[in-house]
Design a protein around this ligand. Structure first.
Ligand code: ADP
Ligand code: MG
Length: 858
């Protein structure tokens, strides 16, 4: 049996979009068929029905109304599906035979443009990676903002580095060529992050690639900084072609390309970002409790996205850092100015994403009004900026395009409160277009005529109950109640009979009605046409809007940093190229905010002559906190932020490495110790003398002597070969002997006070090694039973007297505590008074005894 023609059309189109859920437009609905329908019914919780398709069995079908489609598309995309939208390409009323249909867009997680579906303060990245042997090209785009970056990693066998570079962007979708897919390990790790991963391979020669790039950006390769970057270029072209395939529009908004290299930013590997809780707290997996959470007081979504990026990409160029610091300082000192600027910024919408929407058909008149309202604020901002003299602020002032022409265009053409749909009219302002005005006049005049009709007919005919009304089927009518029918004039034509009234029309009334309705449909079409022209005009200026958005973002971030500096009592750091870091009264920027005043500040002075600090002290003393706070302060300084200290002088670092705690991670399938060692090995192979290394309790995952030997060897290697500034927290006291052996090593400890048998944490870092770990006291604080604490003390005493055998012996006799407990259990059993116990009591007792006995089993 043959399929119906429409089903044939459907199947033909579906054949080209096998991996997508196909939304097939029929009238006011998008319908899905067969497997798509079953999936959609389940995922969207909509009804599964069937449609006659010419076969014996009906085709499973599910549908959503077209005006609510965005909601359903978002839902499916969020669940990891691709959604292809197939539209009617001609007006069904005018089509001869089957309506022509085709796919006009495909939605994927990395290409959603419906901004309500994504976090406004986070970029939504699509990343393209092109691999050719050990060379990788990476290109990254946010289609909602037009941000586009590309880079290249050459001759790299270190998968971790490739992985880190990819994950730095936390993309929601990755496309990669076949060669990349051949690397199953990387693929597996990427998949474990629940990132949507596509294979996308197109065969293009280098010449073709060059041509595509030059066409998109209107510049030759050398001006784009892409000459000879074949891998980056390939990834870029794959990205562009993929977007074109999916969106089927010219990507005007993607015009601002940045090529970057390793050396442009401080490299932060995924571990360090996680360990230092830069973007997310590890406890809650949210921004609150992270460095970003503390620093981000931005007002606009553009600013929110930019501050996140600054944190991901701290600078290493002194001059650039100073430019930011100076600007933050100038704003910091001008409290009133900051307040005024903040006030104005509050009125600015996400013009960056709105501008990108211009490229697609789905921008509406309300969006244009949002753009207008935002632009309206620009002159005030420019005005407020005029007084500042630091280079960064001056530059924003000079470069800020206040987009006057765009404001004027929208202002004179678009109504202040237009309808949401662009196909309902009520968009274009009076006085903008002669024909719109004429049609509106025709329609209002007609309506006025009809309003007057009731009174004049009443008077003419003398029928007191005469009424003029409107309904969808019959249009306008004159209604006369039954008792007056005899008075109805000759020219009335009867249309409808009701229980106690008759409805009539007159030729004149019909004529006016046609005028009104005709004018209204014409008006809707005309308004839509004019709206599209305006949209097109503004689209040509998209680059200017984007540049303004960028400048607003920078200003917003600088203001945010100066605000936080004031609220949290930060100080401006000085930065230089030396190898010296000096911080006075440093604090941990996140922990101090949740501790109201009780946080104890600490100093550091470290340089190339004594680059290694070994930090000892009991558990809970504050070693990890101290080391992280140093790393965070350095990082903050290098994004251009003030820092939580009373004084800071930072010789900038090229990278920060951390190995904190003993935690499993993504390169799973390995033991914790294995993970730890592979991370350390990565650090040892990538760190330079300009790096800052934080090692926290490294070597813990194996036996004491093993761990200690490894820790020792690692330190010697860093000391002799790398010379990086290194903070090393350890509970291996033996390591403190390295101070005598190696010139560059110094011992520190975080002090505690011993009072009777307890300890008090002072949280101050002081020179010298801790003499003991106070493990027993800390255990006591943690609530271990006295019997265990006392036993431990005895064992420790013997050990400290160097008498291991005695210690073991003491331990052995003390372990008799267990046999004492056993004795007491036996005693208990013997003493049970079996004659005087109820069955239930007996059962409960038995239960208790069994529990006791099982704790005694070793
Ligand atoms: P360690 O690494 O030595 O075991 P942590 O650095 O994890 O200790 O610190 C343990 C706890 O002590 C932290 O969670 C924090 O609450 C507190 N703490 C650490 N440093 C300070 C400080 N400088 N001032 C106040 N409290 C601190
Ligand atoms: Mg610790």
């Amino acid at each position: 049996m043959a399929y119906t023609p429409m089903m044939e059309q459907y199947l033909k189109i579906k054949e080209r979009y096998k991996d997508s859920i196909l939304f097939f437009r029929i009238g006011d609905f998008y319908e899905m068929f067969f497997d798509d329908a079953t999936i959609a019914a389940k995922e969207l919780e909509i009804v599964l029905t069937g449609k006659d398709c010419g076969q014996n069995e009906r085709a499973p079908m599910a549908g959503v109304p077209f005006h609510a489609a965005d909601f359903y598309i978002d839902k499916l995309v969020k669940k990891g599906y691709k959604v292809a939208i197939c539209e009617q390409l001609e007006d069904p009323a005018l089509a001869k035979g089957l309506v022509d249909r085709d796919v006009i867009r495909v939605y994927t997680p990395g290409t959603v443009i419906n901004t309500s579906a994504i976090d406004e303060k986070t970029n939504n990245y699509l990343l393209s990676v092109y691999r050719n042997k050990d060379n990788y090209g990476l290109s990254i785009v946010d289609v909602t903002t037009g941000d586009l970056f590309t880079t290249e990693i050459s001759n790299c066998r270190d998968l971790r580095k490739v992985y880190d570079e990819i994950m730095r962007y936390n993309p929601s979708e990755i496309i990669a060529n076949q060669d990349f897919f051949n690397n199953s390990k990387l693929i597996k790790i990427i998949m474990s992050n629940h990132i949507y991963l596509n294979k996308y391979d197109v065969n293009k020669t280098n010449e073709e690639i060059e041509e595509i790039i030059c066409r998109q950006f209107n510049k030759p390769l050398n001006e784009l900084g892409l000459l000879g970057k074949n891998h980056a270029n390939a990834s870029l072209v794959y990205l562009l072609l993929y977007l074109e395939d999916l969106q089927k529009v010219q990507l005007n908004q993607i015009n601002n390309l940045t090529y970057y290299e390793d050396k442009s930013f401080m490299m932060l590997d995924s571990n360090t970002i996680k360990n230092l809780e830069i973007l997310q707290s590890n406890k809650t997996n949210s921004k609150t409790g992270s460095l970003l959470g503390v620093l981000d007081k931005t007002i606009t979504p553009m600013g929110g996205r930019l501050i996140k990026r600054w944190l991901e990409e701290p600078l290493i160029n002194i001059d650039k850092i100073k430019l930011r610091l100076d600007a933050v300082e100038e704003l910091f000192k001008d409290y009133d100015g900051r307040l005024e600027l903040k006030d104005v910024l509050r009125g600015i919408y996400d013009i960056e994403r709105l501008a990108s929407k211009l490229v697609y058909q789905n921008i509406n008149a309300k969006d244009l009004i949002s753009i207008k309202i935002s632009i309206e604020k620009l002159p005030a901002i420019k005005n407020l900026l005029s007084k500042y003299s630091t280079i960064c602020l001056k530059e924003i002032y000079l470069k800020l395009d206040i987009l006057k022409d765009i404001y004027e265009l929208i202002d004179k053409s678009i109504k202040d409160d237009p309808s949401t749909s662009v196909k309902e009219g009520n968009i274009i302002k009076d006085g903008y277009d002669e024909n719109v005005d004429k049609l509106r006049k025709a329609s209002t005049e007609g309506k006025a005529w009809i309003t007057n009709l009731e009174a004049s007919e009443k008077e003419k005919t003398g029928i007191k109950t005469l009424k003029v009304g409107y309904n969808k089927v019959f249009g306008y009518y004159i209604e006369v109640s039954k008792s007056y029918i005899s008075m109805v004039p000759q020219n009335y034509i009867r249309k409808q009979t009701l229980a106690n009234a008759e409805r009539y029309v007159t030729p004149e009334l019909k004529e006016i009605e046609e005028k009104i309705l005709g004018a209204e449909t014409k008006l809707i079409d005309l308004e839509y046409e004019i709206f599209n022209k305006i949209r097109e005009k503004i689209k040509n200026e998209i680059e200017r809007i984007q540049k303004t958005a960028k400048n607003i973002a920078i200003l917003d971030v600088l203001i945010s940093l100066s605000n936080v500096a004031e609220t949290n009592n930060y100080v401006k750091p000085t930065v230089d190229n030396s190898d010296r870091i000096v911080i006075k009264d440093g604090r941990h920027p996140v922990i101090e905010t949740i501790m109201d005043d009780s946080f104890v500040s600490n100093d550091i002075e470290i340089d190339e002559k004594k680059p290694i600090m070994i930090i000892t002290g009991p558990n809970m003393a504050g070693k990890s906190t101290y080391m992280r706070q140093i790393a965070l302060i350095v990082l903050m300084a290098q994004i251009g932020s003030f820092v939580p200290a009373s004084f800071a002088k930072i010789g900038i670092v090229d990278r920060i490495f951390t190995r904190v705690g003993a935690s499993d991670d993504l390169f799973s399938g390995q033991s914790t110790f294995m993970v730890e060692m592979s991370e350390v090995s990565n650090i040892l192979s990538s760190a330079t003398e300009k790096s800052l290394i934080i090692l926290d309790e490294v070597g813990r995952g194996t036996s004491t002597y093993d761990g200690m030997s490894i820790a020792c060897a690692i330190l010697e290697y860093i000391h002799d070969k790398i010379k990086a500034k290194t903070l090393f927290a350890t509970h291996y006291h033996e390591l403190t002997k390295l101070e005598d052996k190696l010139d560059g090593v110094r011992n520190f400890n975080i002090s505690v006070e011993e009072k009777n048998d307890d300890i008090i944490f002072l949280r101050k870092i002081i020179p010298g090694a801790a003499d003991r770990s106070y493990g027993i006291q800390v255990s006591k604080l943690a609530g271990l039973p006295d019997i265990v604490i006392n036993n431990a003390k005895n064992i420790l005493n013997s050990l400290e007297n160097g008498n291991i055998e005695v210690a073991v012996e003491t331990a052995a006799t003390q372990i008799d505590i267990f046999s004492m407990e056993k004795d007491s259990l036996i005693e208990e059993i013997i003493n049970i008074d079996i004659d005087n116990i109820t069955p239930i009591e007996a059962l409960n007792y038995l239960y208790k005894l069994k529990k006791k006995a099982s704790t005694l089993r070793t």
